[in-house]
Design a protein around this ligand. Structure first.
Ligand code: NAD
Length: 491
């Protein structure tokens, strides 16, 4: 809840409904922080179901004209959006760093990934084509056309403020749907900027709407009879909740959940090339990536060298304000999240894991109020331990050595999450077997962060994903359209 309700210098955000910024009906607010310094930089209104009603109403009204707009005209809006995003690239990246804490290079990378989604969605005239066959019987033809669904909504997490909403928004509107976005209440500023940019793109009013808030907004979206499809990205318990609630209300749902990613290192890995990549996997974005390495699994003789090299490279990271040059790891998102990660480290110690590197004492001299944690490494971790089982979502690596590749795969299979996984090896056979039998749906071979580009599907398996169609790529047009079959005979 907001602790700065009366501070005139802290701006309360508005919702974007029907083509303009409007005040919300919220009576509760949540502070937005710059995690690098601890300052409050905004207030997110915790909007109510009445605000969701208004946004869905605007989106419903905009739908008939938008779906009648030819697809090649719809994507002109996205070409303009891409140009706006390029023009304001550094500004958006700076906002991401300011509200999230990741380094400016990481922020730039994430904005670039968001822009790539806009670019791919510009291919809608090809990507949403149907198919047909003449003479399915004498004189009878059959055609399949893809049609938009209506109002679609997306709910975003805190860790990629600019990018994750772009996994959905450009695809949904390119396909002719109208859209309601709920950003994370912890990082609403990047999306405010991006909606401002979208306003310069000749987008008709009501096609895209934004409602700030938390749980009440999410539940109202899941329940609203006017919303046809819901996309969610966040933790597994909330993904499960959204999947159940929205599908119970008859909606199409894709819910991307939490992760516990295994990184396997074989004895034949090219160690000097691999270790920087592995370090980046565990500590990039302060471990707050759904694709971040979490459990390091050295196989056989790879153990000692991998462990010692990771310890050395983790210690060499420069923790600090991500806006400053030379910093290689920023703070975590909030004081609360820092406490949560510290609690996991304490649990690791009491449950018997061996603490090789302890990030709890890390301080940044000129940023005493930032939410910093240094890289942390535990050895001799088992999946039964809390740190081996639960998603930490912070800069903590857990090492679980095993004797064989089969054992590594079995260990991974024993965990309920299956988002991404990686293997480091120079053996084609090991890589092939690993990618064949890994239960995670995003696999890296000598790649630490197995992030599919915008033209491929993004999403995990088991408790990391609920639904069937993944985010972006061709799946996006499957998700955002219905297939209409017309069978015709002419006399
Ligand atoms: P979160 O689940 O706490 O929040 C996600 C969204 O759900 C937010 O918009 C939030 O307002 C809303 N929400 C939170 N609690 C809710 C509740 N009880 N009822 C209804 N709505 C609720 O996740 P987060 O902390 O913002 O993000 C981190 C999580 O997201 C991690 O678990 C990470 O692995 C996951 N994530 C997954 C992917 C993926 O592709 N699978 C990508 C990014 C992040």
């Amino acid at each position: 809840m907001s602790r700065v309700a009366d501070r005139a210098d802290v701006q309360t955000l508005d919702n974007f409904i029907g083509g303009r910024w409007v005040k919300t009906s919220a009576t509760e607010f949540s502070d937005v922080h710059n995690p690098a310094v601890g300052d409050v930089i905004g207030r997110t209104p915790l909007s109510t179901s009445a605000d969701v009603d208004a946004a869905v109403d605007a989106a419903r009204k905009a739908f008939p004209a938008w779906r009648e707009t030819p697809v090649n005209a719809r994507v002109q809006v996205l070409f303009k959006f891409k140009a706006q995003l390029e023009q304001h690239f550094d500004e958006v990246a700076r906002i991401v760093t300011t509200e999230h804490g990741k380094t400016i290079d990481e922020a730039r990378g994430s904005v670039r990934r968001g822009i790539e989604c806009v670019e791919v969605a510009c291919g809608a005239p090809s990507l949403m084509m149907g198919y047909g066959l003449e003479d399915i019987s004498k004189g009878i033809d059959c055609h399949v056309l893809r049609q938009p669904l209506g109002v679609c909504a997306a709910i975003a997490p805190f860790n990629f403020p600019a990018m994750v909403p772009m996994w959905f928004l450009p695809f949904a509107i390119a396909a002719g749907n109208t859209f309601v976005l709920k950003p994370s209440e912890q990082v609403p500023l990047s999306q405010r900027k991006m909606i401002d940019l979208l306003q310069h793109c000749d987008l008709p009013h009501g096609v895209v709407n934004l409602v700030n808030g938390g749980r009440e907004v999410v539940d109202a979206i899941c329940d609203h009879p006017g919303v046809r499809a819901v996309s969610f990205v966040g933790s597994t318990p909330v993904a499960q909740h959204v999947y159940r609630r929205a599908s119970h209300a008859g909606k199409r749902v894709q819910a991307l959940g939490g992760a516990k990613n295994f990184v396997v290192v074989m004895p034949d890995a090219v160690m000097e090339r691999s270790i920087d990549i592995i370090t980046e996997s565990f500590y990039g974005c302060a471990g707050e990536r759904c694709l971040a390495g979490s459990i390091l699994v050295p196989v056989g003789d790879a153990y000692r060298e991998t462990r010692d090299r990771l310890v050395a490279s983790a210690k060499a990271l420069k923790v600090g304000d991500g806006a400053q040059p030379g910093v290689t790891m920023g703070p975590v998102i909030s004081a609360r999240h820092r406490e949560r990660v510290v609690h996991y480290i304490e649990k690791g110690v009491t449950e018997g894991a061996e603490l090789l590197v302890d990030g709890r004492q890390t301080r940044v001299a000129d940023r005493p109020n930032g939410y910093y944690l240094g890289p942390t490494i535990f050895d001799a971790v088992s999946l039964k331990m809390t740190i081996g089982h639960e998603e930490i979502f912070g800069p903590v690596a857990s090492i679980c050595p095993v004797a064989s590749l089969d054992e590594a795969i079995a260990l991974m299979h024993a965990h309920p999450n299956a988002n991404a996984t990686s293997i480091f090896t120079s053996s084609g056979k090991a890589a092939r077997e690993f990618s064949k039998y890994a239960d995670a749906s995003m696999v890296g071979v000598n790649i630490g962060v197995a992030a599919p580009m915008a033209y491929f599907p993004f999403g995990g398996a088991k408790d990391s994903f609920f639904g069937d169609l993944k985010a972006h790529g061709r799946d996006a047009f499957e998700f955002y359209t219905d297939k209409k079959v017309t069978i015709s005979r002419w006399f």
